[in-house]
Write a protein that binds this ligand. Structure first.
Ligand SMILES: [Zn+2]
Length: 603
């Protein structure tokens, strides 16, 4: 196990321990000493509610009263020390006054002990506090009982300890500092830039400053860790454990990038042309295949052959018509066909994997989620949302050069320079597609209202950017956090589900029936190997999973499926319960890959 993994594991163990401790602390709090009962009226019903002693002690007003008493007592001590001779005639009265103060402090300590039990003495300050109070009490009581004691060593010691009593001020100074910080936070700007995370930080800070928390150092440090995670915006940073070699390669492949400088490559361009689709020209089989379009078993390779390698435009055109999007007045029928044909032509035919069949496959997959898995009903998607899903899937790898982001960044490719190494390909697919859309013959959004067009564009950009694999773990974490206990509530939730649907469609090949899974696996791995060959020829270090001489396709597929695909379907299932059906293929395919490994060993 790597250092990072063991750290993550230890950290999660300590967190579990702390959560247990926290529950115990909360338990103590809930079972705390009931001081009195008050009657509260809620909607006309009188409820007797317990006022807990801890609530009183941690009350801001009570804390201020004790602070004020300490200040007065400190002033009294200073006066007595500074004007010892002058105050001598009132010594007895001042002793009684001091005794009164000390009695209040004793009561305070006793009450806190009653609430926190022995935990109260975990704080060195509290022990110190108690010792000083006890010694001062002994000295004052002794002084009152016998005036002769004032001349002996005990009196001198008592005087010294009364000076030590001033140290209590430091503890109470915290209260003033916190108050001062709050005021300065409030006054720091004339513009209010508050966000929910700021509010969360404020609540956690208040919690960490509570007295009972200071007795639980582990819990306090956990809360401080939470605050720092939010402040540093690392809340969705996922710790990934990669024990197996294949897993490590995939994690590196997904998130890493090295930098080396080589020659710049330029992707080729293809021209669009205008042609209206007529299904009749493809024969009867295409109609029967389209009848299975909603099934996960849909054979995209067969469909592409039957449609003369135009599966992307035929499927998109068919689905736009199926959802009545042409009739919705949102889109110009003729221009949409021009656009989708240009998109189809912009995919590189010589790419083994990132070609128009992959794009058509992603469109079909997202249609499966929309229809068979009832995403439309569950998320109450509008016509415009359906169009966003289909268009995004169609363009999501447009003009893909068959090389991944890591290669483009490492070779300072012109695209990496254009997009500053950030989601290079995804930005390129989007920008090139929207450029195409801006041409009059492709502008199928021409009749749409400006605001609607803006929203549509915003959503398409969100969906295509979410296909950047580097975002996988963070997006999974956010999705799981949001939908573990909640359904889809608003537009933001809908968009998040749409993003997860396109991402799952993009990487979901290992969950297809074995024949399709096997074919896709060889296509994607051979495209990786082609990149590896290029890297070898260029004298570069070969990227993870790209070396045809060391990577085993079955092993890599098992690693990819276990690390990415199974968790992705499990997460999507939170919103679309019927995707659990796909797990049967995942299990079956993993078994087939394992059998292949075993057979290779025995041969
Ligand atoms: Zn893709």
């Amino acid at each position: 196990m790597s250092d990072q993994s063991s750290q993550a594991l230890n950290h999660s163990k300590s967190r579990r321990k702390t959560i247990r401790k926290y529950s115990q602390v909360i338990g103590t709090k809930n079972d705390g000493v009931v001081f009195n009962y008050q009657t509260v009226e809620v909607h006309g019903i009188k409820i007797k509610s317990a006022i807990k002693l801890e609530d009183i002690l941690s009350n801001k007003g009570v804390a201020w009263i004790f602070s004020a008493l300490i200040i007065i007592y400190t002033i009294l001590v200073i006066i007595r020390i500074s004007f010892e001779t002058e105050t001598q005639i009132y010594a007895r009265q001042l002793d009684i006054l001091e005794l009164a103060f000390l009695s209040v402090f004793v009561v305070e300590v006793l009450l806190r002990f009653l609430v926190y039990h022995l935990v109260y003495f975990k704080s060195l300050w509290n022990i110190f506090d108690l010792i000083i109070i006890a010694v001062c009490l002994i000295v004052i009581i002794g002084s009152l009982a016998n005036s002769s004691i004032t001349n002996n060593q005990a009196f001198k010691l008592g005087k010294v300890l009364r000076i030590f009593r001033l140290f209590l001020m430091f503890r109470k100074i915290n209260t003033f500092t916190k108050y001062k910080n709050k005021i300065s936070r409030k006054r720091s700007s004339v513009v209010n830039l508050s966000s929910p995370s700021e509010k969360v930080i404020e609540i956690l800070t208040r919690l960490s400053e509570m007295e009972w928390i200071s007795y639980h150092t582990a819990l306090k440090s956990e809360i401080e860790w939470c605050i720092s995670m939010i402040k540093e915006q690392k809340i969705y940073q996922t710790n990934v454990r990669a024990d197996k070699e294949e897993f490590r390669d995939f994690v590196n492949w997904a998130v890493n990038a090295q930098s080396e400088e080589v020659e710049v490559l330029t992707p080729s361009k293809t021209d669009a042309y205008v042609k209206i689709i007529s299904l009749e020209s493809y024969g009867l089989e295409i109609e029967s295949l389209l009848g299975d379009l909603h099934k996960w078993e849909f054979d995209i390779f067969r469909f592409d052959k039957v449609s003369d390698c135009r599966s992307l435009e035929v499927i998109c055109s068919h689905l736009f018509s199926l959802y009545n999007l042409y009739q919705s007045q949102l889109f110009d029928n003729y221009k949409f066909l021009n656009f989708i044909q240009a998109i189809q032509n912009g995919y590189h035919k010589d790419n083994l994997y990132h070609n128009s069949i992959h794009a058509a496959d992603v469109v079909q997959s997202i249609y499966y989620f929309l229809s068979t898995c009832q995403a439309i009903e569950i998320c109450q998607l509008t016509d415009s949302d359906i169009a966003v899903c289909l268009i995004s899937a169609a363009i999501h790898d447009y003009d893909h050069p068959g090389l991944n982001n890591i290669f483009l960044i490492n070779t300072t490719h012109s695209l990496a320079l254009t997009y500053n190494d950030k989601s290079v390909l995804e930005n390129h697919h989007l920008a090139s597609s929207f450029k195409l859309l801006s041409e009059d013959k492709h502008n199928f959004l021409i009749n749409m209202q400006k605001d609607d067009k803006k929203k549509l564009r915003y959503k398409i950009i969100s969906l295509v950017l979410s296909t950047d694999f580097a975002r996988h773990f963070a997006d999974m974490g956010k999705f799981q956090l949001k939908f573990s206990n909640n359904g889809v509530k608003d537009d933001d939730d809908c968009l998040q589900v749409m993003e997860m649907m396109i991402h799952t469609s993009d990487v979901g090949n290992p969950s297809r029936p074995w024949k399709l899974c096997y074919e896709w696996a060889h296509k994607v791995m051979n495209e990786f190997f082609a990149q590896g060959d290029k890297e070898r020829d260029m004298g570069l270090s070969i990227s993870n999973l790209c070396d045809r001489y060391s990577v085993s396709i079955p092993k890599a597929q098992i690693g990819f499926t276990e690390l990415f695909i199974e968790p992705t379907f499990n997460v999507l299932e939170l919103v679309l319960p019927s995707v659990k059906e796909n797990l049967k293929y995942i299990i079956e395919n993993k078994k087939n890959w394992k059998d292949m490994i075993e057979n290779n060993k025995s041969n």
